[in-house]
Design a protein around this ligand. Structure first.
Ligand code: SAH
Length: 206
């Protein structure tokens, strides 16, 4: 498992609850057979279909920025391996996640069942449009890069809610952006950290 010290040293993550969550979720469950030896390295790993499981540092950073509280309803866009979603369940049971690649979605279902997330919560579809049936959300975490904030996601954020999303040119370095919506529905965003994510696909037809 990622030791708390390793996470702290690499990332400067001091949030105790994030460290505990990372200790509680075995990353090797989410890594393909042929990558097991690297499951606890602090780097992203391929999971097939051109996709990756994010680097633990980035998972920790995004979780800390999202700051999910017990009982809050959270939506993740880009289930991938399911690792980030499993980490989120250590903060609140009310987690939804959506993946666009059908075979990845199918693979992850039994895995996330172990973390209390059944097929109502682990959904296949285009997350650009969020998840209308479960909206609104206290927190939205997007684990693929977009060149703009998808308007449907903003609309599905509760007043007082937060969104963490990598924004910038796809296939290059993006910045992690934290969007907050205040009680009156006004949004503010701040850019916090350089990252590199696979592209968010889908969205409206151009
Ligand atoms: N959170 C994942 C890492 C995700 S990699 C983990 O913890 O392992 C990004 C994922 O986003 C990929 O699996 C990709 O297929 C998915 N994705 C890309 N565009 C999407 C979209 N529009 N809707 C849902 N998922 C999307």
């Amino acid at each position: 498992m990622v030791s708390s010290r390793a996470v702290q040293e690499h990332l400067g993550i001091r949030n105790q609850r994030v460290l505990e969550a990372m200790r509680a979720v075995p990353r090797h469950w989410f890594v393909p057979q042929n990558m097991q030896r690297e499951a606890y390295a602090d780097r992203p790993l391929p999971i097939g279909y051109g996709q990756t499981i994010s680097q633990p540092f980035i998972v920790a950073t995004m979780t800390e920025l999202l700051d999910p509280k017990p009982g809050e309803k959270i939506l993740e866009i880009g289930t991938g391996s399911g690792y980030q979603a499993a980490i989120l369940t250590k903060f609140t049971p009310d987690v939804y996640t959506i993946e666009i690649v059908e075979p990845l979605h199918r693979q992850v279902l039994p895995r996330l069942q172990k973390f209390g997330l059944g097929p109502q919560r682990v959904v296949q579809g285009d997350g650009y449009f969020g998840m209308e049936k479960a909206a609104p959300f206290d927190g939205i975490i997007v684990t693929a890069a977009a060149d703009h904030i998808p308007p449907p996601l903003l609309a599905q954020l509760k007043p007082g809610g937060r969104m963490v999303i990598p924004i910038g040119p796809v296939h290059a370095t993006q910045r992690l952006v934290v969007v907050t919506k205040d009680a009156s529905g006004k949004t503010r965003s701040r850019s916090v950290h350089p990252v590199r994510f696979v592209p968010l696909t889908g969205g409206p037809r151009r």
